[in-house]
Design a protein around this ligand. Sequence first.
Ligand SMILES: [Zn+2]
Ligand SMILES: [Zn+2]
Length: 137
Amino acid sequence: MTITGGCMCRVVRYAVAAEPMATRVCWCRDCQYLAAGSATVNLVFAVSAVAVTGPLRDFASIADSGNRMHRQFCERCGTPVTSSSEARPHLIILRAGTLDDPELARPSLTIWTDSAPSWACINETLPSTPRQPPPVG
Ligand SMILES: [Zn+2]
Ligand SMILES: [Zn+2]
């Protein structure tokens, strides 16, 4: 199967020839900036399976996990598209909002619930972890 998506203005596009290794809802403080106050929904893939085209800008920072992260967004419309951690260079994360078919994002875990505000709607039917989970892949 091929998963496709891209940014809101469609200048950035991607295609993935793999199923996600994990799909997680993240309430870390950084994600609240990206998602306008809510959590992000993130699909984890092997970087070798993902082909991205278009002008992404990179913002590097130290995440709550202590890892140096690269968050990439469309330089034209600002949509957050990918992120990656220097600690896990073989993985890439795609933001679920960029999927052509958002139904493909079916989270199995909620992470960083310790950082969520008291009014957060957290799916009680999913497992959750208060901080960073063990790495996938
Ligand atoms: Zn764009
Ligand atoms: Zn996060």
